[in-house]
Design a binder for this molecule. Structure first.
Ligand code: NAP
Length: 259
């Protein structure tokens, strides 16, 4: 069993829905004080209400990860409400689909600006607060799509998710002397509001292509993030963990058909 993260100050970006909401719920259930960050106040408020109803500690702070001002405000708010910043879960992300011929330069900037630059801005804003603490944990939500696999329509998304891994490797070196670790979870296909938006046909075919024959849960990802945030993972930095029910393992469709 991992040691307690009780009373740790945790920021989760993109915590109003999906994986971020799952991370917020699991960390709060373990006693952490969670700052729920998203753009939509109503959705964020619902997450906070659910966490409080389950006996956890959480509050909402509106923030757009594309905005440097917003990320500075988010970090300052966590410090003010919780006495500092211990853990950043940089999770906010979008995955609109556009094949290359249809993709506009604005589409590209939107995805890279949210998924990749957003992670940089959130980490940079938390840095002075973690430095003050003398330690810190940063956990990015990357993906298998980009670093390991490809999928038509998601070249910009894949670039952003692979970019996150390039980012953590140098960030981990730079921040190691400050006792701040930087790691990433790499989900496969996880049942979330965002994934639901891709439609029933996508979900059914994707489920069929996963050796475990089911989508992951947001808790599957939250528990991996919890490991990177734990005291036991103090010596782990610049690393990744794939959580995908074996999705990346088959070398061809034939490998699945053999089952
Ligand atoms: P989701 O259900 O669509 O939730 C996305 C969350 O991010 C929402 O809370 C949304 O709230 C927030 N968000 C989006 N843009 C934002 C911005 N500019 N500033 C602040 N918050 C923003 O998505 P999800 O499926 O949980 O995905 C979460 C993360 O996991 C993403 O980074 C995604 O790439 C990654 N991931 C997901 C899967 C999967 O299968 N679901 C697989 C691999 C990786 P607002 O819209 O209110 O801001």
């Amino acid at each position: 069993m991992l040691s307690s993260i009780k009373d740790r100050s945790v920021i989760v970006t993109g915590a109003s829905k999906g994986i971020g909401k799952g991370i917020a719920r699991v960390f709060a259930a373990k006693g952490a004080k969670v700052l729920v960050v998203a753009r939509n106040e109503q959705d964020g408020g619902r997450t906070v209400d659910e966490i409080k109803a389950a006996g956890g500690g959480a509050s909402f702070c509106q923030g757009d990860v594309r905005s440097w001002d917003d990320m500075q405000n988010v970090a300052a708010t966590a410090a003010e409400r919780h006495g500092g910043v211990d853990i950043l879960c940089s999770n906010a992300g979008i995955f609109p689909s556009a094949k290359l011929e249809a993709m506009t330069p604005d589409d590209w900037d939107e995805v890279l600006g949210t998924n990749l630059k957003g992670s940089f801005l959130a980490l940079k804003a938390c840095l002075p607060h973690m430095k003050k603490r003398g330690k810190g944990r940063v956990i990015l939500t990357s993906s298998i799509t980009g670093p390991i696999t490809g999928y038509p329509g998601w070249s910009h998304y894949g670039a952003s998710k692979a970019g996150q891994l390039g980012f953590i490797r140098t960030a981990a070196i730079e921040l190691a002397p400050l006792n701040i670790t930087v790691n990433a979870v790499m989900p496969g296909n996880i049942a979330t509001e965002g994934l639901d938006g891709l439609g029933e046909d996508y979900l059914r075919k994707m489920t069929d292509s996963i050796p475990m024959k089911k989508l992951g849960t947001v808790e599957d990802i939250a528990h991996a993030a919890l490991f990177f945030a734990s005291d036991e993972a103090a010596y782990v930095t610049g690393q990744t963990l794939v959580i995908d029910g074996g999705q990346i393992l088959p070398e061809s469709l034939m490998a699945l058909e053999e089952m």
